[in-house]
Design a binder for this molecule. Structure first.
Ligand SMILES: [Zn+2]
Length: 383
């Protein structure tokens, strides 16, 4: 099991899945395991039941709990057994590596695989043997780096490729590293790794604002019902943003002008709540988010700015720009023509067509010395 997925399941099911119980199966059984554990938690009805083993035996999924030791009522024990057996039955036809339709492969190590995954099995065995020490060193290195940085890092970013391996071999090698890490985290032993590191390692988290594609698909498999609603919501968001694009843009222009009028960056939420008070809560939220995104893109801001309708100072603050060059960058990136350049402003001020205060205001320059410098530079350039 990949480390990210292992951690994602533990975040959801930590109350019944102790850290020292490994999820000793392939990623393909993630859905089966996740669902079974969720159902066991529900069947336990708040009793402190723990999972004691998740593994593979003779090709089928094996889940054990301490339900009997906890002396739960017979009905609860029966319900839990049914969940376990059901998951085990389904594992018999589910490829343990990828989750597609699989078949039992008999032999020394019975396993359920689809044709495609079984085809890599020989290569996998070879890598596991040939690179055994290297895999352990990778685990040691990875654990050290994570503990030093205080967070879990993507395994593939930390483990560099050994020169002679092909892409496919490297991928298999990474899989093996993931698997060993997951087992080590749960309590198995790896040569050369200090056992005292395990507790601090268990406390580490992947630090990311966005879930990876792997995590998303893991969560999708665990909670398909949640996604029905999420998908429907996403469709509504796209629909509103497309169908009401003109309305969103004109609201953005109005918002920038109101900021200009009040000489301040106004609260976009308040503005949006007022603007779309006729809409229901959900649609209003979608519109306000779309408005915020449009403002952040900078396009409506520089559009109002180039018409002299908002000061450079406010425009800069609306898009989070350091100085006026960033405003010109936005115009440039979006193929919009500027109606004035800094040299024009310098010339107008010199010719008395514009006051220095207005010149500073439109370019968003805060210090007089800086502005004088700019005027001097442009005049020198002209002379
Ligand atoms: Zn497969």
């Amino acid at each position: 099991m990949h480390l990210e997925i292992d951690i994602a399941i533990r975040r959801q099911l930590g109350d019944i899945l102790p850290d020292d119980v490994a999820l000793g199966v392939g990623d393909g059984w993630l859905g089966l395991v996740g669902r079974a554990l969720l159902e066991i938690r529900i069947a336990a009805h708040g009793r402190p039941i723990k999972v004691t083993q998740v593994g593979q035996k003779r090709g089928s999924l094996l889940i054990h709990t301490d339900a009997l030791a906890q002396r739960v009522p017979m009905a609860v024990a029966d319900a839990i057994d049914e969940i376990r057996f059901n998951a085990s039955d389904r594992s018999a036809t589910t490829c343990e590596r990828c989750g597609s339709l699989g078949f039992l492969i008999r032999g020394d190590e019975p396993r359920v695989r689809c044709g495609r995954c079984e085809a890599t099995e020989v290569a996998r065995q070879a890598i596991r043997q040939e690179y055994r020490e290297h895999i352990e060193e990778c685990c040691q290195y990875y654990i050290g780096v994570c503990i030093k940085t205080g967070k879990l890092l993507p395994v593939e970013n930390v483990i560099v490729r050994v020169a002679p391996t092909t892409d496919e071999e490297h991928r298999i090698l990474l899989d093996e590293v993931h698997e060993r890490l997951v087992w080590w985290r749960a309590g198995s032993w790896i040569e050369g790794i200090d056992e005292a590191l395990r507790e601090p390692f268990r406390k580490l988290e992947f630090v990311r604002t966005q879930a990876t594609a792997d995590e998303w698909s893991a969560v999708r498999k665990l909670y398909p019902e949640d996604f029905v609603q999420a998908d429907r919501h996403q469709a509504l968001v796209e629909n509103q943003r497309t169908r009401r694009a003109t309305e969103i843009r004109s609201a953005a222009l109005a918002y920038v002008r109101e900021c200009a009028h009040k000489h301040a960056v106004l609260d976009i939420e308040t503005f949006g709540q007022r603007r779309w008070r006729q809409d229901g809560v959900v649609k209003r939220r979608i519109m306000i988010d779309a408005l915020s995104d449009d403002i952040r893109s900078g396009i409506p801001v520089v559009d109002v700015w180039r018409r002299f309708e908002v000061s450079g100072r406010i425009a800069r603050r609306l898009v989070g720009a350091q100085d006026y060059t960033a405003l010109y960058d936005i115009l440039d990136r979006n193929g919009m023509d500027p109606s004035f350049m800094p040299r024009d402003v310098a010339a107008w001020v010199r010719e008395g067509k514009m006051t220095a205060e207005d010149g500073m205001d439109i370019l968003g320059i805060e210090h007089a010395a800086e502005f004088e410098d700019l005027v001097a530079r442009w005049l020198a350039g002209e002379d």
